[in-house]
Design a protein around this ligand. Structure first.
Ligand SMILES: Nc1ncnc2c1ncn2[C@@H]1O[C@H](COP(=O)(O)OP(=O)(O)OP(=O)(O)O)[C@@H](O)[C@H]1O
Ligand SMILES: [Mg+2]
Length: 220
């Protein structure tokens, strides 16, 4: 599903080599965690996998297509339909309800509003927020906001869910809820790449990887 072949990333602005000749294969239905010290390249890897940035060398195959050399417009189109992102900062729009935030990724597809909202309702139900659909983000707890963000990430039925430190800003109980949600999404067949500083969170994945100074290692 996702394949990096001898993938390297050098930031032109700083000259930093953030990823060094990485080989990675994530199959459909995998749940992969990536740990590593601050600055080891985790977010860079997520940006590459999520088509937010491009490689300096090597190749990236996404669902069988080499996306290493696509135009920015083509990358944006694939990103919108094939990637679901979850970030530490939930990045919900403050003026939209949970339901409207969740439906947002469908707005660019020409899907009728009634269908968009019906799918958003189903997504919010699947993350346990059936009773919070009309709430604005600031009327939700951090854990609830992150679950809205996860509902928004899965609403396009993406090939892969990429989560960068999704529990870092949450209290332990909310963090456990979010990790339990990832477990159930994995059980439902979602492919997940979880980037985390938390070893206990990383152990919940079925495959564990570690980045050290831009080099990727298998842990188990
Ligand atoms: N946009 C950028 N321009 C230049 N250098 C960058 C950029 N983003 C990251 N870097 C550098 O690349 C290296 C890897 O950064 P990255 O953000 O991927 O680390 P990280 O493992 O996600 O760290 P953290 O755990 O602190 O989030 C660091 O040395 C960082 O300074
Ligand atoms: Mg990071």
């Amino acid at each position: 599903m996702l394949k990096l072949i001898s993938a390297s990333k050098i930031y032109d602005s700083s000259g930093v080599t953030a990823l060094r000749r990485i080989d990675l294969h994530v199959a459909r239905g995998d749940y992969v965690s990536v740990t590593g010290a601050s600055g080891s390249g985790k977010s860079t890897l997520m940006h590459i996998l999520g088509l937010l940035d491009t490689l300096s060398a090597g190749s990236y195959l996404l669902c069988g297509t080499d996306v290493s050399h696509l135009s920015p417009a083509a990358l944006a189109a694939r990103r919108a339909s094939e990637i679901g992102f979850v970030f530490q900062q939930f990045q919900l729009l403050p003026g939209l309800t949970a339901l409207e935030n969740t439906a947002l990724p469908l707005a660019i597809g020409g899907i009728p509003r009634s269908v968009r909202l019906a799918r958003a309702r189903a997504a919010l139900l699947s993350v346990g927020l059936g009773d919070r659909m009309e709430h604005l983000p600031n009327a939700l707890s951090g854990g609830q906001q992150q679950r809205v963000a996860i509902a928004r990430a899965i609403i396009t039925r993406p090939c892969v869910l990429l989560a960068d430190e999704p529990t870092a800003g949450l209290d332990p109980v909310s963090a456990a809820d979010v990790l339990a949600l990832f477990d159930s999404l994995h059980e439902c067949g979602h492919t997940i790449v979880l980037i985390t500083h938390d070893p206990a969170a990383a152990r919940r994945a079925t495959r564990r990887l570690r980045l050290e100074n831009g080099v990727l290692f298998n842990i188990q």
